[in-house]
Design a protein around this ligand. Structure first.
Ligand code: ADP
Ligand code: MG
Length: 377
C-alpha cells in the first residue's frame, strides 16, 4: 500500500527538476491552488481557480472504517489516508479538468490533528511540490475553517466575529484585516462537536454523533426535558459542555430503560437545544461587545440544522450579516485549506519547504482573559 501511494510521487520527482522556478520569483502570482486535508478522518483534495473559486472539492470520509469503534482510531486513519490520498488528488484534478502541471501552489494542513494522519498529507504534498517545482504552504486547520466563511461569499466583510465549532474546537474570534485573529473565548473542556458525539453515544445513536442527534431531534420536543445552559457569568464568552454531558448521564439513569423512540428524540432535542442556544447567545454577545454586525459560524457543528435556523432568524431580526458556509464547507474539506493557503501566499507569506507537522494546537492569537465565576442558568 505504501509503495502504491508513493510511486506516482517518486515518478514525478524523477522526471521534473524545475523546482528552482518559484525560488527566483519574488512574489507568488495567483494561479490554480491544490488544497490537501488529512488531519483526522477525511482524506480531501480541492482545486481553487486563479480567482479563488472552488473548481473541485473531493472528500473521502472514513466513517465506515471507524464507526464500529465508536470513534476515530488514529492508526487506521493514517493507513486509510495513505491508501486514498493519490486517488482523491487525481479525482480533484479530473473534476476541475486540469492537469497537475497547471497548478501554481499546494496548501496542506500542517496541524492540529492526528500525527500519523497529518504526515500522510504533508509528505504527499511536499513530494508533489518538489516534483512540480511549485510552492507549498502549511496551513493551520483552524485557519482553514475560518477561511471557509468566504468560500461561498467572497464579499463577506473581513472585520467580523468568527465562531469555530467543530469536533475539537469551540473558539470565538474577532477577525480583522490581514487575517489577524483575537481569541475572545473558548471552551474550558469539551468542544461542541465532542458534546454532540458523546451525547449521541449515551443515547445509542452511533458515530458520528452530530448528524445523528440533528436528525433524530427533528422528531423530538426540546421543551420536554430542559438541560442546563452554561453561561459562566454575564458577558462571559467562555464555553463549557462537560456539565451538560453529566446532566444527560443523570437524566438517563433517572429514566431507567429501555426508552421509547419518542423519549430518545425528546432527549436529543433538549440536549441539542442546550448546545446551540449557548453557541448562538455567546456569538451574538461577542458581536455586541465588539460593536460589530458581521458574524461567521464555521466548522462541522455549523452544519447543524437547528443552529443554522436560530442563527439565521436572529441575524434577520437584529440586522446582522451572517456567513454560514454551505454544508460541504462546514465539515472538514480541502477547499478551505486551499483558500487559507492562497490567502497566505497572496499576503506575501513565504512558502516553506522544510516545515514539519504540528499535531498539537498552535494558533497564534491574542487571548483576552475573561475572568468570571462559573455557574449554570
Ligand atoms: P474536526 O473536528 O476534525 O475539525 P469537523 O470540522 O468536520 O472535524 O467537525 C466534526 C464535528 O462536527 C463532529 O463532532 C460532528 O459530530 C459535528 N457535526 C457534523 N455535522 C453535525 C450536525 N449536523 N450537527 C451537529 N454536529 C455536527
Ligand atoms: Mg475540522
Amino acid at each position: 500500500m505504501l509503495f502504491n501511494a508513493i510511486w506516482p510521487i517518486c515518478n514525478e520527482m524523477y522526471f521534473s527538476h524545475n523546482r528552482s522556478k518559484f525560488q527566483s520569483e519574488a512574489r507568488w502570482r495567483p494561479g490554480l491552488v491544490l488544497g490537501i486535508e488529512s488531519s483526522c478522518d477525511e482524506t480531501a483534495a480541492a482545486i481553487l481557480s486563479c480567482e479563488g473559486d472552488v473548481l473541485s472539492n473531493v472528500v473521502f470520509s472514513q466513517v465506515t472504517i471507524h464507526e464500529k469503534f465508536g470513534g476515530v482510531v488514529p492508526e487506521l486513519a493514517a493507513r486509510a489516508h495513505l491508501g486514498k490520498i493519490d486517488m482523491v488528488v487525481r479525482e480533484a484534478l479530473a473534476t476541475a479538468q486540469i492537469s497537475k502541471h497547471d497548478l501554481s501552489a499546494i496548501a496542506v494542513t500542517q496541524g492540529p490533528g492526528l500525527a500519523g494522519a497529518l504526515l500522510v498529507g504533508v509528505n504527499y504534498a511536499k513530494a508533489l511540490s518538489y516534483g512540480l517545482g511549485i510552492p507549498i504552504i502549511g496551513v493551520n486547520h483552524l485557519q482553514g475553517h475560518i477561511a471557509s466563511a468566504w468560500l461561498a461569499d467572497s464579499m463577506f466583510p473581513v472585520s467580523c466575529i468568527v465562531l469555530v465549532v467543530s469536533g475539537g474546537h469551540t473558539h470565538l474570534y474577532r477577525h480583522e484585516v490581514g487575517g489577524r485573529c483575537t481569541l475572545l473565548g473558548r471552551t474550558r473542556d469539551d468542544a461542541a462537536g465532542e458534546a454532540f458525539d458523546k451525547g449521541a453515544q449515551m443515547l445509542g445513536l452511533g458515530y458520528p454523533g452530530g448528524p445523528a442527534v440533528d436528525r433524530i431531534a427533528r422528531s423530538g420536543d426540546s421543551q420536554v426535558i430542559r438541560f442546563p445552559r452554561f453561561h459562566r457569568a454575564k458577558n462571559s464568552l467562555e464555553f463549557s459542555f462537560s456539565g451538560l454531558k453529566t446532566a444527560l448521564l443523570y437524566k438517563l439513569r433517572e429514566l431507567g430503560g429501555p426508552l421509547s423512540s419518542q423519549q430518545i428524540a425528546d432527549l436529543a432535542a433538549g440536549y441539542q437545544e442546550a448546545i446551540v442556544q449557548v453557541l448562538a447567545t455567546k456569538a451574538f454577545a461577542a458581536l455586541t461587545q465588539s460593536n460589530l454586525n458581521t458574524l461567521a459560524v464555521v466548522g462541522g457543528v455549523s452544519a447543524n440544522s437547528r443552529l443554522r435556523t436560530i442563527l439565521s432568524e436572529r441575524a434577520v431580526r437584529e440586522g446582522i450579516r451572517l456567513s454560514l458556509p454551505p454544508i460541504e464547507f462546514c465539515t472538514d474539506n480541502a477547499a478551505m485549506i486551499a483558500s487559507a493557503g492562497r490567502q497566505l501566499l497572496m499576503n506575501g507569506e513565504r512558502p516553506q519547504e522544510d516545515f514539519d507537522i504540528s499535531p498539537a494546537e498552535r494558533f497564534v492569537a491574542i487571548h483576552e482573559e475573561n475572568r468570571a465565576n462559573i455557574g449554570f442558568s
